[in-house]
Design a binder for this molecule. Structure first.
Ligand code: NDP
Length: 449
């Protein structure tokens, strides 16, 4: 049970548990944030007087819908779709769409809740939202994916809009899926406003959006290492989990900084490559062939493959970057990383570290960057995509990348400064949560109940 000292936060947390029984991921995310907010709430009684925290934990709107589609064999299939429009205090709802069999109301609500704080940290005018479906794109043909995306959008289109709610990609949703969803939106609405981000470069997409989360993660890590340890990434040994969009671009930028990335994974297992990951080969296997990561070890001399993805954290490294999925790095894995001398851990994925894992890092003096700060680069460039769409312009890679870097450094500095101001110097979990919260809370107060 939660160890709250503040009676208001304890009451709100108990109400959330009562109202959202069994929603494990959502309750985990709420607890992690509320525990961090104690110093801010103690300082400002207006938050309780105006019911800010109880309003913040409750989504403004939660939409669930049926997605019927026809597979290649002519069989009718039915999936379940969701969109949570969590908080619009700062701007239109903004957050990705996830396709994965594990998608549930709890997962969508946890992601939407986290997104609200993350978007606030970017400094851009975006509220928090998230969506998804319990659809598994693995093993489906392009045509099946297209029919599924069209059916999903036939319903979702009535709930979104460029000043209302702007989705993007997430796990299982990349350029292909966004294209099919955007195409269906346009057909039904007869409207080409940039209602999606992560669009193709030919159709209003932003240069640099694909790379943004992974690159942004490394900009954050570089700043954190420099400011808190006086160190650089050059020469560091890095382990990255996953091999999807975030992981691949994290590996690319880590290598550009001079680090040696020795491992990557997918949901089946992980590869260890002591010479350093051959990124071109990894991309060929994961992005072009959409094959399993075991193929990497089969084709790369000296690399090994191990079944099961959690063992990746037993590989000694200086920097660990969990970039796959929620709760992939537990207490045991965190302890193994600490025992092997890890200096810094930064979350490319959303909530990849369990609460026990986070405590182990924090208590052992490991620099720990929470996802809502460290992986905000993706949504930051999505925000820049919306800006470019409004201006009917397309910026160059250099312009976007420079802005991304500035935003990531700003997020680190804001989280670091806020932690210090609240008596928790070096605790970026607390700093990011409080900094993200304060902006949303002030905006909610200003707008009235
Ligand atoms: P992708 O679908 O591109 O990649 C996900 C990767 O994680 C795949 O390699 C997948 O393997 C692997 N994976 C899934 N489950 C596990 C597991 N249990 N153990 C090990 N590996 C696993 O998704 P993204 O890269 O876009 O997203 C990754 C994470 O980053 C998510 O938490 C997402 O919410 C977060 N994020 C993404 C952003 C973006 O811009 N894309 C922005 C901010 C956060 P397999 O192919 O076998 O399923």
């Amino acid at each position: 049970m939660a160890g709250f000292k503040n009676a208001y936060l304890l009451r709100v947390y108990e109400e959330v548990c009562e109202r959202n029984r069994g929603e494990k991921e959502f309750l985990q995310a709420v607890l992690e944030v509320l525990e961090s907010l104690e110093p801010a709430v103690e300082r400002n009684p207006a938050f309780e007087a105006e019911g800010i925290v109880e309003r913040l934990v409750e989504p403004e709107r939660f939409i669930q819908f049926r997605i019927p589609w026809v597979d290649d064999a002519g069989q009718v299939r039915v999936n379940r779709g969701y969109r949570v429009q969590y908080n619009s205090a700062l701007g239109p709802y903004k957050g990705g769409i996830r396709f994965h069999p594990s998608v549930s109301p709890s997962v969508i609500k946890f992601l939407g809740f986290e997104q609200t704080f993350k978007n606030s940290l970017t400094g851009l005018p975006m509220g928090g939202g998230k969506g998804g479906a319990d659809f598994d794109p693995k093993g489906k043909s392009d045509r099946e994916v297209m029919r599924f995306c069209q059916s999903l959008m036939t319903e979702l289109q009535r709930h979104i809009g460029d000043w209302v709610d702007v989705p993007a990609g997430d796990i299982g949703v990349g350029a292909r899926e966004i294209g099919y969803m955007y195409g269906q939106y346009k057909r039904i609405q007869n409207n080409t406003t940039g209602v999606f981000t992560g669009k193709a470069l030919t159709t209003g997409g932003s240069i640099g959006r694909t790379q943004a989360t992974g690159f942004g993660l490394l900009y954050f890590v570089a700043e954190m290492l420099k400011c808190l340890k006086g160190q650089v990434l050059d020469g560091k040994v890095v382990v990255v989990s996953g091999s999807g969009n975030v992981s691949i671009h994290a590996i690319q930028k880590a290598q550009e900084f001079g680090a040696k990335v020795v491992a990557a994974s997918d949901s089946g297992g992980y590869v260890y490559d002591p010479q350093g990951i051959d990124l071109a080969l990894l991309r060929q296997i994961k992005e072009v062939e959409r094959a399993r990561i075991s193929e990497y070890a089969a084709r790369r001399p000296g690399a090994t493959y191990t079944t099961g993805s959690t063992g990746i954290w037993t590989i000694p490294c200086d920097v660990a970057l969990p970039c796959a999925t929620q709760n992939e790095l537990d207490g045991k894995a965190a302890q193994a990383l600490v025992d092997h001398g890890v200096i810094a851990v930064a979350e490319g994925a959303n909530m990849p570290t369990t609460p026990e894992g986070v405590s182990i890092f924090v208590n052992n003096g490991v620099l720990f960057a929470p996802g809502k700060a460290a992986n905000a680069g993706g949504v930051a460039v999505s925000g820049l995509e919306m800006t470019q769409n409004s201006m009917r312009l397309q910026w160059t890679f250099e312009e976007v990348d420079a802005k991304l870097k500035e935003i990531m450094i700003g997020i680190f500095q804001n989280a670091h400064r806020t932690a210090k101001e609240h008596g928790a110097e070096g605790n970026l979990v607390m700093g990011a949560n409080i900094a993200g919260f304060l902006k949303v809370a002030e905006s909610m107060r200003w707008q009235g109940v």
